[in-house]
Ligand binder design. Structure first.
Ligand SMILES: *Cc1c(COP(=O)(O)O)cnc(C)c1O
Length: 395
């Protein structure tokens, strides 16, 4: 048995998405900008895909821009809001310490260009409050960017309340909804979202396709220069197979959302209960206000990297934090922001489920993890000191 439990890093392409993509490669391969009949057919497919995203987000198709992924959508959203703010003399941006690097690194670039950035601290439950956002507002704030659901610890943010605070203050609100899209209901009107990013490969669509929703009237600045595609705001010949696959996957994910939640929540909770029964283990983030498929824990006295390698040997694909930080020795910025001490943050494990995971697979994980944790602790000098009382337990 090999268990794939790393769906926050990426998901398998769904059969529906693949079937939507296939004709675009060899039959409907024309360029949507071409005036001939095949070109117009391609343009029609593009319009249908845009319509699907608009419908599920409660937006207008003209507010949907296709990008190369979540990272590009985040970058363009932040740069657009910043440019608009700068034109009004507003150069202050509020975000949080546990955003994806696509947001954090764009903000770091904007700081070098003269913007001031306030990063909100993360409470121990991993849920940022609308009050914290309100208190950080300044007269020169032009943008608030708070992710919909965190990619490492899965906590869901009070987007509607934050949207209300921003709208009342006349400040643009962006949310990185990459982990939420297709898994949680999103309504840009009700939630008063001005800019939103999503990425197809996180909901069983293809890699390399993202969507940027921008409320009408918000001009986008170019991150890429070229032709008139996407109203000139995101030039380059459209990735029609990818876009059609993304739309089919989104349509399917939105239709299955409630069933997926009902299926995954008990599996998630069974995993959380089983793993937190291991001594000196803590769940990261709120137990309830989290994505239906997200389990994130810290084990004291072990290294997450060793845990991952041994779990891989036992046929389990997991992650220690986000795929983006694996390979570096720094502990996850998300777990540090949550207040986990360095040595605890190093012993993290993230298991993220999809509808393809079975109850048998959960039992397999629950057999393997306690054995591997006990084995690693048995070899760990740090654990030895903890057990002898030479250093205090932190969790
Ligand atoms: C995966 C992810 C991204 C990046 O999306 P790509 O399509 O891989 O560029 C951005 N934000 C969050 C929260 C993510 O999980």
């Amino acid at each position: 048995m090999y268990v794939y439990a790393d769906n926050a890093a990426t998901t398998a392409l769904s059969k529906t998405a693949l079937e939507a993509m296939m004709p675009c490669f060899q039959e409907e391969y024309a360029n949507p900008s071409s005036l001939h009949t095949p070109g117009q057919r391609a343009a029609e497919k593009l319009a249908q895909a845009r319509e699907i995203f608009a419908r599920h987000l409660h937006a207008d198709p003209r507010e949907i821009t296709f990008t190369s992924g979540g990272s590009e959508a985040d970058t363009q959203a932040l740069r657009s809001a910043a440019a608009l703010g700068a034109r009004q003399g507003k150069r202050h941006i509020i975000s949080t310490r546990f955003e994806h690097h696509a947001v954090l690194h764009t903000l770091a670039a904007l700081e070098k260009e003269g913007f001031a950035v306030t990063l909100l601290d993360i409470p121990p439950d991993g849920v940022v409050t609308a009050t914290a956002v309100r208190e950080a507002l300044r007269p020169d704030t032009c943008l608030v960017s708070v992710m919909f659901a965190n990619n490492e610890i899965g906590t869901i943010q009070p987007i509607e309340q934050i949207g209300r605070v921003c709208r009342e203050a006349g400040v643009l609100f962006h949310t990185d909804a990459v982990q939420a899209a297709g898994h949680l209901p999103i309504d840009v009107e009700e939630m008063q979202i001005d800019l939103l990013s999503l990425s197809a490969h996180k909901f069983h669509g293809p890699k390399g396709v993202g969507v940027l929703y921008a409320r009408r009237g918000i001009p986008l600045v170019n991150v890429i220069y070229g032709g008139a595609q996407e109203r000139g705001q995101r030039p380059g010949t459209e990735n029609l197979p990818g876009i059609c696959g993304a739309a089919a996957a989104f349509d399917e994910a939105c239709a299955n959302m409630e069933a997926e939640r009902a299926y995954l929540t008990p599996l998630r909770d069974r995993l959380i209960a089983g793993l937190t029964a291991i001594p000196h283990t803590a769940l990261n983030g709120d137990p309830v206000r989290r994505l239906p498929g997200n389990v994130s824990v810290c084990f004291e006295g072990i290294e997450g990297e060793s845990l991952l390698l041994l779990l891989d040997d036992r046929g389990i694909a997991a992650s220690s934090g986000s795929a983006c930080t694996s390979g570096s020795l720094d502990p996850s910025h998300v777990l540090l922001a949550l207040g986990r001490p360095h040595e605890v943050a190093h012993g993290s494990l993230r298991l993220t489920l999809s509808g393809d995971n079975t109850p048998e697979q959960i039992e397999h994980i629950l057999r393997a993890v306690p054995e591997v944790v006990a084995y690693l602790r048995g070899m760990s000098p740090v654990w030895d000191e903890l057990e002898r009382g030479q250093r205090p337990h932190l969790i």
